[in-house]
Design a protein around this ligand. Structure first.
Ligand SMILES: [Zn+2]
Length: 72
C-alpha cells in the first residue's frame, strides 16, 4: 500500500469532512462536529448508550455445541 503523503495542508482533511451531519446530513457545526447541532449529537449519544446495553455477543462462529455430523 502507498501511504498518502500528499497532504501539504489540511492535516484533518481525511475522509470525514465530505458529508454533513452524521445524523441528519445537514451542514455540520465545528462545535458539535461531526454533527450539526447538540440535538443530533445527543441522538448519536443515545445510539451509543443503547448499543452499549445491547452487546452483540461473541462471535457466533465459535459455537462449541455444534456437532458437525461427528456423531457416529
Ligand atoms: Zn444533524
Amino acid at each position: 500500500m502507498t501511504a498518502p503523503l500528499a497532504t501539504p495542508r489540511a492535516p484533518q482533511a481525511k475522509v470525514s469532512q465530505r458529508k454533513g451531519c452524521a445524523i441528519c446530513g445537514k451542514p455540520r457545526d465545528p462545535r458539535y462536529d461531526p454533527f450539526c447541532s447538540k440535538r443530533c449529537a445527543d441522538v448519536d449519544l443515545h445510539h451509543w448508550l443503547s448499543g452499549a446495553y445491547v452487546v452483540p455477543g461473541a462471535a457466533t462462529a465459535t459455537a462449541t455445541d455444534a456437532p458437525e455430523g461427528e456423531e457416529d
